[in-house]
Design a protein around this ligand. Sequence first.
Ligand code: TRP
Length: 328
Amino acid sequence: MIPNLISGIQPSGRLHLGNYLGALKNFVELQSSEQYNCYFFIADLHSLTEDYDPAQKTNQILDLLASYVAVGLNPKKSTIFIQSQIPAHTQLAWILNTIAPFGELSRMTQFKDKSKVQSENINVGLFTYPVLMAADIILYDANFVPVGEDQIQHLELARTLVRKFNSRFGDEFVEPQSLVTKTARVMSLQDPNQKMSKSQPDGCLFMDDSPEEVERKIMSAVTDSEKEVRYDVQSKAGLSNLLGIYASLSNKEIAEIESEFKNKNYAKFKKSLAKIITKHFAPFRRKKDKLLANQNKLIKTAQRGNKIANKIAGEKILKVEKRLGLML
Ligand code: TRP
């Protein structure tokens, strides 16, 4: 049987180049490989653990949905759904909470980091976040989970929970494996020592930035006072980040790009990079605009995915309840 694969992204704002190279591009490739039965969902319940404005949430969900489809995730090939619309996720999360080791959750680095960033809002959801994530995954018997490095610890917890559940209640769940995306981290254009993030918009290239915005941000990206287009993360962090982006979007080797820009100045290199970025995302922007112009159709697409997910997850939760002795 062909293995199952699942991943999700939180709807919490515009997607940027880091999200694209670190997740979405990979999702599309995994889908196209036809080696997996793919599920891609919108982790809207997870996004409630961070500060948010309810007036924005629906739009953020629709925006992410449109981005999924525009980037190439195909609802005919993959099951695309919205987490909150599948009650089994929260049902299973509660059950997993009752076997999740408190100590292990307290050691989660993402929980500790986020507690520092949002010290006024250290809610319990932030703490049990990885338990809900485990439920997301194991409900669908997922064998593989493409994630960034920062999620490996959460995947380990999911595996622990599967082992605990299976040994106590019988073999119900599959132990998932992470598929870690190996792309270089995309750094901020304004501070190449920091990860690209939407909280620093000038250093952040959004996937739907206009050609003018792309050009402005790339031309004002921080480099160094030398003249040579050369990859050297130690002494030329800014330029190396730009070279990395250039290479990933053009499918060229860094060395090839270096020689192409030998004896040319940074401005020439940057102009060319801005062009590559704009060209790369032009079809995405066009498709996304079109999708968002017809929201009813977009919602229908999600509803079809939700229905499939609900069937699978709904059957699974019944089996789980039976194993726990909850079903009368
Ligand atoms: N925690 C993931 C992230 O921030 C999002 C996520 C939620 C997820 N549930 C998941 C990813 C299940 C993979 C599988 O990147």
